[in-house]
Design a protein. Structure first.
Ligand SMILES: [Zn+2]
Lengths: 406, 237
């Protein structure tokens, strides 16, 4: 490693440690930022010599990264950005902190994927899905697919592990000569009704899909979720036991097994490690407070709300909505979510934008009660399970309340 | 209404549907049903023929390619123009609003529109993103407009279209006026579920299409709280 890179690595680690000591989060962003200021190529220097997997997509990347790191861990030490710091500063910090590891599994923000591919020269790139997420800031969904497609076309050496059920992902990944397809189901289809190649409608039947006007169609997947397990490329079915709830996490586990498979890890080796993963950056975490068992579910866009309803038990449910910068300022997406699955349970609402949610629920004929604080919500529900579903900053707010010692 | 049922068509949701456009259809159906008006909703895809006998037509926002394609298909189909000529009401949003005019720009090319509103649209220097507010044309008798805008276009009104509102916050058409109306057609840059924050606008469409002078009031407590919050959000206290 060049001297400049060594100096930058040390500075990055020191800054991260200072930031942690000052109580400002885990320091991964500030540390990476300082390191990159000293050596702009620091990420490339830190990545070289490691076998790297990048995990990108609109939803599920934090969980899939965590599960993939656990699976690849069969082979040796893995550096990973497990706090969801998924831009180059976060990657730089994660690699600097771990020292030399033979492997790295990095969650990568979908906008930054081309840049991070250039810097880290990954062995594997996993593409999970593309759907609408914060339209007021993010590029349009089809533009994102184009961005990926171009980036992958320039790197035929990369093994791509991609979701066969998402037409936009398939279109982007088809640029790569080495693609392994997985099928983990896709509940959300509203962003892929038009073919990105030809503009014709995309038809669907059963789990299959195809463009009516050009050859784009669903490829045959090598890894498939079936019942409560996963079928591998040899056709063997493996039971997947997870502590994480819901079908969506079974899909994330299948993806992790597929990525680890590219490194030579067999499912039978990886599965015990996957079953030990409990909560991820506070998601799915359960906290007991005042006789209530509170479970936190993060939902940040329409696709992930549908998944959260699938994971949640039929129990009193608190919904919290903010629209701060990290959430996107626009709450229109609330109208793309069908809240009717919640009609059979008591619903409470809170957050900066509770009124937007109130109007949505009224039209959706879901009875609800508005509360101003998390403590007020706790007081309103009987002892037992309280499910909490919140978008990004609302989730962080509630975590902060729960972390406070009474 | 042709008979006792109110028919609402959502035009080409496969092409023009960004965040929450579905909301306007849900809100109109909800507010009609709450008044005891039987209502049917139809999602008409771009490969289907456009019905000419519905009462309210809704068209939403979208990206450049689908916008140009939707305009081509609607012109070739002709059904929407016939429906408007027969007195149907329309709520047209963002890209859908632009294509109701004479022309608009998509992917750098000037495209022909339906010519149902006397407007032309082009590209602005900057994207307009954020809260949008305005005082609605007094002839419509509605309280102030509140919405969220997210568009790169600018729209110029001809002599036969009236601004929907005078802008008091945000950009709208050009920083001065927002949206347009003519006959029973309303166009706006208030994106996505515009009617969620503007229940009186929803009721105007329902009154136009039922011929009722007034509708039974609904409990709009939550919508009024939302309006109160959004009409003052970001303003000095
Ligand atoms: Zn096609």
């Amino acid at each position: 490693m060049p001297l400049r890179a060594i100096v930058a690595t040390t500075a990055s680690k020191t800054a991260a440690a200072l930031s942690r000591a000052a109580g400002r989060g885990d320091g991964s962003v500030i540390g990476g930022w300082i390191g990159l200021k000293i050596d702009p190529d620091l990420l490339a220097h830190l990545a070289s010599g490691r076998a790297v997997a990048l995990v990108s997509g609109t939803n599920g990347k934090t969980t899939t990264t965590r599960l993939t790191a656990a699976a690849v861990g069969v082979l040796g030490r893995v550096a990973t950005n497990s706090y969801g710091a998924n831009m180059p500063t976060g990657h730089t910090s994660a690699l600097a902190k771990e020292g030399h590891t033979p492997f790295a599994v990095l969650e990568t923000d979908e906008h930054y994927l081309p840049q991070v591919i250039e810097a880290t020269r990954p062995k594997v790139v996993a593409l999970l899905n593309l759907s609408r997420d914060q339209l007021d800031r993010a590029k349009e969904v089809a533009m994102m697919a184009q961005l990926w497609k171009t980036a992958l076309a320039g790197h035929p050496e990369i093994r791509v592990v991609a979701n066969a059920d998402d037409p936009l992902v398939v279109w982007a990944a088809a640029a790569s000569p080495q693609t392994t397809w997985f099928s983990a189901g896709q509940r959300w289809q509203d962003d892929s009704s038009v073919c990105p190649e030809s503009g014709h409608p995309i038809e669907r039947a059963g789990g299959d899909w195809w463009c009516v006007g050009c050859p784009l169609r669903r490829p045959t997947p090598q890894w498939v979720v079936e019942e409560d397990g996963v079928i591998d490329p040899r056709g063997d079915w493996h039971l997947v036991k997870l502590q994480l709830p819901g079908k969506v996490n079974l899909g994330n586990a299948a993806t992790a097994l597929a990525v680890a498979g590219e490194f030579g890890v067999r499912p039978i080796e990886a599965l015990p490690r996957l079953s030990r993963v409990t909560s991820i950056a506070g998601r799915y975490a359960q906290v007991d407070r005042d006789g209530r068992n509170i479970r936190l579910l993060l939902a940040k866009n329409p696709a992930s709300w549908l998944e959260a309803f699938d994971m949640a038990d039929q129990a009193p449910t608190l919904l919290s909505i903010n629209a701060r910068d990290p959430d996107g300022l626009d709450t229109s997406w609330l109208w793309d979510v069908d809240f009717s699955p919640l009609r059979d349970r008591p619903v409470l609402i809170t957050g900066d934008r509770a009124y937007d949610l109130a109007v949505r629920l009224q039209v959706n004929q879901v009875p609800f009660q508005h509360v101003h604080t998390f403590d007020e919500a706790l007081a309103q529900v009987p002892p037992g399970r309280l499910e909490v579903i919140a978008n990004y900053t609302a989730f962080q707010d509630i975590r902060a309340v729960l972390d406070r010692v009474n | 209404m042709n008979d006792s049922t109110l028919r609402i068509v959502w035009i080409y949701p496969d092409l023009l549907s960004t965040y929450g456009d579905r909301g306007n259809m849900l809100i109109l159906a909800h507010r009609a049903a709450a008044r005891g008006i039987p209502v049917e909703t139809y999602e008409v895809r771009s490969d289907m023929q456009m019905p000419t006998t519905a009462d309210i037509y809704l068209i939403g926002g979208g990206e450049d390619g689908p916008q140009a394609l939707a305009a081509q298909r609607l012109i070739a189909d002709g059904g929407l123009n016939r429906a408007v000529a027969q007195g149907a009401s329309v709520l047209a949003i963002c890209a859908g609003y632009q294509l109701f005019g004479h022309s608009f720009f998509a992917k750098g090319t000037k495209c022909g529109g339906l010519g149902l509103l006397d407007i032309t649209s082009d590209r602005g220097e900057t994207r307009a993103v954020g809260e949008l507010r305005g005082d609605i044309d007094p002839r419509l008798g509605l309280p102030p407009l509140t919405g969220f805008e997210n568009h790169g276009g600018r729209t110029h009104l001809g002599a036969h279209a009236a601004p929907l509102a005078r802008v008091t916050g945000g950009i709208g058409n050009d920083g001065q006026t927002e949206g347009a109306w003519y006959g029973k057609i309303i166009g706006t840059y208030s994106h996505g579920p515009a009617l969620a924050r503007n229940p009186a606008l929803a009721d105007l469409l329902l009154r136009w299409s039922t011929g009722a002078d007034r509708l039974a009031p609904l409990d709009d407590t939550w919508a009024e709280r939302l309006r109160g919050e959004r009409l003052t959000a970001g303003l000095p206290a």
